[in-house]
Design a binder for this molecule. Structure first.
Ligand code: IFM
Length: 469
């Protein structure tokens, strides 16, 4: 009945992990239950005009109450591992101080449910839902938030460290810093230059302190998830090539250089210009780089699409579209490829190119886990109640092939998590964008496994059959 993945099964090693991923605010709902405090996304989504159709994560997929059913879907799917995120405001409603036991208990139950289903838990500690109380004190602009983050990490490591196999400190700090504090498209919706650069640094310091706390607690495997972009020049003109270099600083080097080369980005002065030089109160301290660059057991990579960039001089006719860190770069549209409903171009070989390039540039890069990859599509339920999401299957198949190609080229990749198990709250795009391999009917909370779910299930089963002689 469903398309067989047999012919598409690329050669992954026997111990390769297949998984699925979600994040707390995007699926949990129960925004004010059991003592959970408000996060910056509760605040932001209530501000008019911030999120499509004024959507919020108040209910989302109601996973907080339906987690057993959702773990059941994971068990049926046959995944080795599940990546979820812990909502800091459930654990410490004000971002510091006493632990809210019912909030921690939820993750305790979730982890036990996963283990009972034979699924290895991978927990992300920060997937963008900062306690609002900490934002009120400066958020990631200030070092105190990094220190609080380490305390919260220690609480969770103490409580779940005996059962969680993989810890991810931060998810996509690029988005937290630059979409949250410079472009204003994510919570807290700030448009600041220096604030965003300070946030980027403090996120990395927070990561370093959290790694220290996890190691002290004897955590099993520790990593971070980044979303490096494959940046392509619109033309080969020197101006566009320079634009790529500036975009590399913003998207990639700001993160990879301190983490995996122990230095600040080579081109940061030309990229940030006055913003960097005008730093009146330095946020970088001696010892920070060593802290940030502490060895990791894996690096999580989220990858979706390439970005084609062109130079955008200051006299660009649309200054309103600029962010507060204006690096004079604009993204250009491609007519030669399909785009998902996010407007993202589908170019699978760029996934291979990105991974090969990263491995070459960073010889000390730890083993890679693909912690997210997937596509948002215009899914519909047909008369038979079936979601025939052939575009998503094609996206997943071609990206898994691209991943296998990177591995054949020598990149050490240990696992792959599809984004996402469920349709969910896609941040500023609200519920319009559907990334799930399971459809969620938000009116009834009914879960409908899509064709891609069945396809992935068969792929995993075929992999298992292949590895058991
Ligand atoms: O939904 C997000 C996720 O929270 C972080 N990575 C990208 C996904 C798709 O936009």
């Amino acid at each position: 009945m469903h398309e067989s993945p047999e012919s598409a099964l690329p050669g992954f090693p026997d111990d390769f992990l297949f998984g699925a991923a979600t994040a707390g605010y995007q699926i949990e709902g129960a925004h004010d239950e059991d003592g959970r405090g408000p996060s910056i996304w509760d605040t932001f989504s209530r501000e008019p005009g911030r999120v499509a159709h004024g959507a919020t994560g108040d209910v989302a997929c109601d996973h907080y109450h339906r987690y057993r059913e959702d773990v059941g879907l994971l068990r049926e799917l046959g995944v080795d591992s599940y990546r979820f995120s812990i909502a800091w405001p459930r654990v410490q409603p004000a971002g510091g101080g006493p632990v809210n036991t019912p909030g921690v208990d939820f993750y305790d139950r979730l982890v036990d449910e996963l283990l009972a289903a034979g699924i290895s838990p991978a927990a992300t500690l920060y997937h963008w839902d900062l306690p609002q109380a900490l934002e009120d004190r400066g958020g990631w602009r200030v070092r105190e938030t990094a220190e609080r983050f380490a305390e919260y990490t220690a609480i969770m490591a103490d409580r779940l460290g005996d059962r969680v196999d993989r810890w991810i400190t931060l998810n996509e700090p690029y988005c937290s810093a630059f979409v949250g504090y410079a472009a204003g498209g994510h919570a807290p919706g700030a448009r600041e230059g220096r604030g965003a650069l300070a946030a980027a640094h403090h996120l990395l310091v927070g990561h370093g302190l959290a790694v220290r706390a996890l190691r002290a607690a004897g955590a099993r495997q520790v990593g971070i998830t980044l979303n490096p972009d494959r940046l392509l020049p619109a033309t080969e003109s020197p101006a566009d090539l320079d634009a790529v270099r500036r975009a590399e600083t913003l998207h990639n080097d700001t993160w990879f250089e301190p983490l995996f080369a122990g230095r600040y980005p080579q081109h940061e002065a030309e990229t940030w210009g006055e913003l960097l030089e005008s730093a009146d109160e330095p946020y970088r301290r001696e010892g920070d780089l060593a802290l940030i660059a502490a060895p990791l057991d894996f690096v999580g990579i989220n990858y979706y699409r390439p970005i084609t960039v062109a130079d955008a001089p200051y006299e660009d006719p649309d200054p309103a579209s600029r962010t507060a860190v204006d690096i004079r770069v604009r993204e250009t549209w491609r007519d030669d490829v399909r785009h998902t409903t996010m407007g993202w171009p589908v170019v699978p070989h760029t996934f291979t190119d990105l991974l090969v390039d990263l491995a070459k540039r960073y010889p000390t890069l730890p083993p890679v886990l693909i912690t997210e990859n997937g596509s948002a599509e215009a899914d519909t339920v047909d008369a038979e109640g079936r979601v025939r999401d052939t575009d998503r299957i094609e996206y997943l198949r071609t990206h898994l092939e691209a991943l296998a190609a990177a591995m054949r080229a020598g990149v050490d990749v240990r696992g792959y998590y599809v984004w996402s198990l469920l349709d969910n709250f896609e941040w500023a795009r609200g519920y319009d964008q559907r990334f799930g391999i399971v459809r969620v009917d938000y009116a009834t909370q009914q879960r409908i496994p899509k064709d891609s779910y069945h396809w992935y299930r068969q792929l995993i089963a075929a992999h298992r059959a292949h590895r058991q002689p």
